[in-house]
Write a protein that binds this ligand. Structure first.
Ligand code: NAD
Length: 453
């Protein structure tokens, strides 16, 4: 079946009103949970084939998120979808006001390759929980995971409700010409602009989950051991191919040498060697070659080794970096960590303010003035104080970017809202209305209205 036909079948199916039924939604969410649980081994195998991601990382950073999302919506769906009463203002008496969350219709979710299950399935689950029909287009760059998701979903779900469309640029371009009720895109800022333009043609609302250069600042007031350990974990998780990974470090001069030594110590301790089963590979040759060019031998502090056959790049630290270096011009998206040293905390915040707003930002300190300045001065999607990445794991926090790092957000309630319309209803009594609002108008009536409003 052509994808155009699937979309038109989904639109027709949505009009039957079946997806508005909460039992219907729960039945399919439970079915999806069963499919994920029963096929865990196939899912691990596919992602390992794509870029050597370990079972441990796949469970903790992908499947646990997917299962958690399903369970969250199963538990909270009744409350989330219930109409809410709000107060009615004086000029609308006698009346009742309420807000009715309703699904948007047929939505498109476009996923990225770096967390192929989480970034495709989590928005899809939110879309289904909110009562939509959905077309999912995972990233073709992670080919095996795309294929296994297509197989498991297309064999178990009716296409007029949920369908996985496999393909790359050409197929996505084809999809973007169709009219959807929402497009949820995760990927680069460059492709985000293409998606936004196409969506504008149909006035389709979008969520854009994009990237950027996320800083991590370490001041002399930080617990340096904790900072080094957490930064090394978050930066080299998935071999740095994480949208919210600390992209670069800003380290206060007085602790700079000491801190770099600690970072080196943890990299060694965590055993990210070329034969390590727990360290992910670079996704493809193109990215491998792009990353190697960013390693300036004159600035190398640690690492820099690689194995092209295995698409392996050792965790690499670059020191004495300045803002003009090549590595500081674009999101790195790999296991290379440049370090800039600074003397003045407020000036370093000003330097970050000169750049595009990042998807994440991190601060390591025990100084409350620094915490306050970081939180109130900088604009970024979301972040942590004294940790990295972990803000994503709290479904009560909205996840999304700001400025060039994205539009809109999701996770938990926010995911449900991203795929819902909040419909307002004012229900009036047919009695008890003063005739004051109706013509013929008079000064006297206007004076009364002034007093009322
Ligand atoms: P990408 O933009 O290259 O691809 C994303 C999706 O867009 C894929 O499904 C791909 O098939 C499609 N696509 C690619 N080129 C296209 C084109 N010309 N026209 C139409 N569709 C096209 O991104 P990627 O390489 O998969 O992911 C890396 C980027 O995504 C990084 O910048 C990263 O920071 C960002 N990212 C953001 C988040 C987030 O949650 N904000 C999560 C992961 C990745």
């Amino acid at each position: 079946m052509k994808v155009q036909e699937v979309v038109s079948h989904q639109k027709a199916f949505f009009k039957t009103q079946q997806t508005k039924n909460i039992k219907f939604r729960k039945m399919y969410l439970e079915k999806l949970r069963d499919i994920v649980v029963k096929n865990e081994d196939l899912l691990y195998e596919a992602i390992h084939q794509d870029f050597g991601k370990s079972k441990f990382d796949t469970f903790t950073t992908e499947l646990s998120f997917v299962l958690n999302d399903i369970n969250y919506y199963l538990k909270n769906l009744n409350t989330l979808s219930k109409p809410r009463s709000v107060r009615t203002n004086l000029s609308n008496q006698i009346g009742k006001s309420s807000i009715h969350p309703e699904p948007l219709g047929c939505v498109l979710v476009i996923g990225a390759w770096n967390y192929p299950y989480q970034l495709s399935l989590s928005p899809m689950i939110a879309a289904l929980a909110a009562g939509n029909c959905c077309i999912l287009k995972p990233s073709e760059i992670a080919e095996h995971t795309m294929k296994i998701m297509a197989k498991l979903i297309n064999e178990n779900f009716p296409p007029e409700y949920l369908y996985v469309y496999e393909g790359g640029v050409e197929e996505t371009t084809e999809l973007l010409q169709l009219k959807f009720d929402k497009i949820f895109f995760t990927g680069s800022t460059k492709v985000g602009k293409i998606v936004y333009k196409a969506a504008a043609e149909n006035l389709t609302p979008v969520v854009l989950e994009l990237g950027g250069k996320s800083p991590a600042i370490v001041t002399k007031d930080a617990d340096l051991e904790v900072a080094a350990k957490r930064i090394v974990w978050g930066k080299f998780l998935n071999a740095g191919q994480t949208c919210v990974a600390p992209d670069y470090l800003l380290v206060e001069e007085s602790i700079h040498e000491q801190f770099l030594e600690m970072v080196r110590k943890y990299i060694t301790e965590f055993q990210y060697g070329p034969d390590s089963e727990q360290y992910t590979r670079i996704i493809n040759q193109r990215n491998f070659q792009r990353l190697l060019k960013l390693i300036d031998p004159e600035k190398l502090y640690f690492g820099g080794n690689f194995d092209e056959g295995k698409l392996y790049i050792e965790p690499t630290l670059l020191k004495n970096i300045n803002w003009e270096d090549d590595v500081m011009q674009e999101e790195i998206f790999g296991p290379i960590l440049p370090v800039i040293r600074f003397k003045n905390f407020n000036l370093v915040l000003n330097s970050i303010l000169e750049l595009e707003k990042p998807l994440a930002a991190y601060l390591f300190t025990r100084n409350s003035e620094e915490k306050e300045a970081f939180t109130s001065k900088l604009s970024f999607g979301g972040g942590c104080i004294n940790d990295v990445i972990m803000h994503l794991g709290n479904e009560r926090l909205p996840f999304g970017g700001v400025g060039t790092s994205g539009i809109g957000n999701y996770h938990g309630t926010y995911g449900f809202e991203a795929f819902s319309h909040q419909k307002s209803i004012l229900e009036k009594a047919t009695w008890g209305e003063p005739s004051i609002k109706y013509p013929p108008y008079s000064e006297k009536k206007l004076n009364w209205i002034r007093k009322f409003l």
